[in-house]
Ligand binder design. Structure first.
Ligand SMILES: *[C@@H]1O[C@H](CO)[C@@H](O)[C@H](O)[C@H]1NC(C)=O
Ligand SMILES: *[C@@H]1O[C@H](CO)[C@@H](O)[C@H](O)[C@H]1NC(C)=O
Length: 374
């Protein structure tokens, strides 16, 4: 039954919703053409629907508030828009960047950019292997290399190189799974931690990520928005598996690992800004923005920052991901987290707004609005 439902939904969705047209026709800002998106489930817009993966969000009520699909699931791991959907809209894109694996992502559709992000994907190639299949960052860049060649045939009036260097942005949201679904995985983690202490693991991640960013640069990417890792110890999943007793308490090890990685990431981006001519790497501080929302959630209009709106497991509903059999909260706008891992659209709106218009402690050395696309 579930299988039939999944197949039907997938068919429906691949015919109708893949190239989700953004309903508001107001072009808020002239300039952004291609939005190229890399990363994990925070920004996956449907790639995992095409993979034999157990990490997927193609069943209701995922997407219930996503207007472009009329509330049907698209593979986005949230109730509505992702952070990169909102950023694309705000920069005046007429369509969301389509998922790379969707068959309709070809020809003129590439002029919106492409989304390569994949639930369970990480910086390291083996991250997320528990979920059977996903696109890791190395493979996402291989795919971008393919898109890049196809762009030569569809870009008009300027070269593909100019299109990428001047009219496009590269949004990257990755790293959480390297920590959660690799380093901290129960059972595997103890042996691995002995072999590779946290500091060394973080260095390993950073050096691999440096290679990946330089590869994108060599393929003409110039304007990068790189998101750091959020407060993983505060997500309902971590609170559930670690049996945290109060709503306001978070788990320290995942948060410490994230902060440690984030400090190295900031140095890496400063190094690349200094060394790579004409490149602009923005460090988007998801950690501090989300931590502020969680800590002061009532001031932002949320009722809880600990309990997932849709999920099963303990008092935080933080173990089994959102699906047709999960209870769902009534008012999604009152929850910081949609499911055991991912923020609601309401939270994504706050994060995106801070990336677009924030100050130095939210995004540095500039905010996204200050990037020019001319
Ligand atoms: C990365 O993993 C994929 C399977 O997910 C595999 O096909 C590929 O060969 C791996 N690449 C490297 C460099 O290990
Ligand atoms: C892109 O693909 C070509 C083969 O089509 C290969 O020669 C080149 O090394 C690739 N570039 C990068 C940066 O991966």
């Amino acid at each position: 039954m579930a299988v039939i439902m999944r197949v039907l939904l997938q068919l429906l969705f691949s015919f109708m919703f893949v190239s989700g047209k953004i309903s508001s026709s107001v072009s808020k800002e002239e300039g952004l053409k291609g939005h190229f998106i890399f990363g994990d489930s925070h920004v996956d817009s449907g790639n995992n629907n095409y993979l034999p993966s157990t990490s997927r969000a193609d069943l209701p009520p995922n997407g219930i508030d996503f207007k472009a699909s009329g509330g049907w699931p698209t593979g986005r791991f949230t109730n509505g828009r992702t952070i990169t959907d909102i950023i694309g809209e705000e920069l005046g894109q007429p369509n969301y960047a389509p998922p790379y694996l969707a068959p309709s992502t070809k020809g003129a559709a590439l002029l919106n950019g492409v989304n390569y992000a994949s639930g369970a994907g990480g910086i390291l190639n083996h991250t997320g292997s528990l979920f059977v299949n996903r696109l890791g960052m190395d493979i996402q860049i291989d795919y971008f290399n393919k898109t890049r060649k196809q762009l030569d045939e569809v870009v008009e009036g300027l070269t593909a190189k100019e299109f990428l260097m001047k009219k496009s942005i590269f949004s990257i949201v990755i790293g959480s799974n390297d920590i959660l679904n690799n380093y901290l995985l129960p059972g595997i983690s103890i042996a691995q931690m002995l072999l590779e202490p946290p500091e060394q693991f973080v260095q390993h991640l950073i050096s691999h990520f440096r290679g990946q960013l330089m590869r994108l640069y060599s393929l003409d990417a110039r304007k990068f928005v790189v998101t750091n890792i959020g407060p993983l110890g505060c997500i309902p999943y971590q609170k559930t598996v670690n049996r945290v007793s109060s709503d306001s308490e978070c788990v320290s090890l995942p948060n410490d690992l994230a902060m440690n990685y984030n400090a190295r990431l900031k140095e890496l981006l400063e190094e690349l800004n200094h060394n790579l001519p004409e490149a602009k790497f923005l460090y988007a501080n998801l950690y501090d923005i989300l931590m502020e929302v969680i800590t002061n959630h009532q001031q932002y209009g949320f009722e809880t920052a600990g309990v997932a709106c849709c999920g099963i497991g303990g008092k935080y509903a933080g173990f089994i991901p959102c699906g047709p059999t999960s209870p769902m909260c009534w008012d999604r706008s009152k929850y910081v987290f949609w499911d055991p891992y991912h923020p609601t659209e309401a939270t994504n709106l706050i994060i995106a707004k801070n990336f677009l218009d924030g100050q130095q402690n939210q995004i540095s050395p500039n905010n996204i609005r200050q990037l020019k696309y001319l």
